[in-house]
Design a protein around this ligand. Structure first.
Ligand code: HEC
Ligand code: HEC
Ligand code: HEC
Ligand code: HEC
Ligand code: HEC
Length: 255
């Protein structure tokens, strides 16, 4: 069974949010204080894990597809974290004596899942859904930074409201299509994963501008002077049927 995080709805913060909507300032401050706590905003700080798992080793160097481990990322709200069995599909045969893998072997023997420490989290009163973003061709690195180059995973972006809204107010700045030979005929979703494959197969020099920024973890969308990219993005917005008018409504992320 994949380990999937399902934070249960927190009725206190929901009530808080409702009160904010009808204008109770003390609750507003309460939630604001809570959601800006350092634990929530800390970016670029590697998080201690029971096993020092390296995305750089496994995704960039070995070329394992994200979906091999994050099995539900295309289909559900949650990406999901891999079960011990997924690690053991290789590590029952290779690196079998590594002391670093001792917790994995123990977990496999005892059936007790590994407790990974969650790096990214939005508060319970915020709704997020992986599948719809991946379906629109939004790459993991747009939100998570250069995961494929991280030795120990850290948070690539703050995930504060203003950060989400930067894209929800102008998705045309962020949507793009790979027009090269290796991108022809791909669905937006396939394109998301194709970037990692291209990087491994052809090296960074053979990626397009957007993809180069993506794999470096600093893709900030098209800038105001890049009118050609914005025009291309607008075409995709209408092609994919993105509901731009409503995308920044409170009810999209809070309900
Ligand atoms: C071999 C398995 C494996 C593969 C392949 C893999 N991951 Fe992971 N990923 C993990 C494990 C284990 C964790 C939890 C430990 C950690 O945070 O490093 C994780 C954590 C993450 C997190 C942080 C989750 C959190 O706690 O918030 C992100 C984001 C992520 N992976 C993205 C990716 C992306 C993008 C790819 C493909 C480029 C990928 N992963 C490929 C195993 C994998
Ligand atoms: C497809 C095969 C494969 C899978 C699946 C896989 N690994 Fe690995 N892993 C490797 C290989 C190959 C290496 C050696 C990489 C190197 O050092 O170049 C390695 C190395 C490691 C190391 C470093 C060991 C040492 O002593 O240096 C750790 C820790 C590790 N893997 C953890 C994990 C965890 C945790 C998972 C499951 C989330 C996992 N691996 C899944 C193939 C895999
Ligand atoms: C639009 C931004 C965005 C994109 C694109 C995105 N993520 Fe996430 N990811 C998030 C947010 C926000 C969270 C925290 C969600 C929460 O707390 O419910 C998260 C959490 C995670 C987690 C840990 C919790 C979980 O859902 O299991 C993993 C693993 C993860 N992402 C992997 C990926 C992978 C792999 C991809 C690409 C296939 C990806 N993400 C694409 C924003 C994004
Ligand atoms: C890079 C652009 C981008 C970023 C960043 C982003 N989103 Fe989105 N989001 C989109 C697009 C595009 C859609 C698809 C809308 C559509 O097709 O109508 C979407 C859809 C959604 C939906 C589903 C709406 C529905 O109709 O079901 C939710 C919820 C959502 N986003 C929440 C978030 C949250 C929360 C964050 C920040 C943590 C975030 N998004 C960051 C681009 C983005
Ligand atoms: C695209 C998703 C998205 C939309 C749309 C959105 N929010 Fe948020 N909101 C968030 C996220 C993510 C957080 C959590 C921020 C954090 O953890 O710092 C948040 C936090 C909040 C908070 C807590 C205080 C704070 O600033 O951190 C309030 C209040 C709030 N939102 C109200 C609103 C209202 C009112 C609207 C409509 C005008 C709205 N939100 C629209 C994503 C969204």
């Amino acid at each position: 069974m994949a380990q999937i995080f399902k934070p249960s709805a927190n009725s206190i913060t929901q009530v808080g949010l409702l009160s904010v909507a009808i204008g109770v300032p003390t609750l507003w401050l309460g939630i604001a204080g809570l959601s800006r706590s350092p634990a929530n905003t800390k970016v670029q700080v590697p998080k201690n894990q029971p096993v020092p798992f390296s995305h750089q080793h496994h995704t960039w160097e070995l070329g394992i597809d994200c979906r091999y481990c994050h099995t539900s990322v295309e289909k559900s709200s949650y990406a999901g974290l891999p079960a011990t069995e997924t690690c053991m599909s290789c590590h029952s045969q290779i690196w079998t004596n590594s002391p670093l893998l001792e917790p994995i072997r123990q977990s496999y023997e005892t059936g007790m899942p590994i407790q990974w420490n969650l790096v990214n989290k939005v508060p319970d009163f915020v709704h997020f859904n992986h599948s719809i973003h991946v379906d629109r061709g939004i790459n993991c690195n747009t939100c998570h930074g250069a995961v494929n180059q991280m030795h120990i995973t850290y948070k690539g972006n703050s995930f504060q409201m203003a950060w989400c809204l930067q894209c929800h107010r102008a998705p045309e700045r962020y949507l793009y299509k790979d027009d090269s030979a290796s991108g022809k005929g791909l669905t937006p979703r396939q394109q998301v994963f194709n970037v990692y494959w291209k990087l491994q197969e052809f090296g960074p020099a053979n990626l397009n501008d957007q993809e180069k920024d993506l794999v470096r973890g600093d893709y900030n969308g098209a800038q105001p002077w890049e009118q050609d990219k914005i025009a291309a993005g607008k075409k995709l917005v209408s092609e994919y049927g993105v509901k731009v008018q409503q995308l920044a409504d409170c009810s999209v992320c809070h309900y």
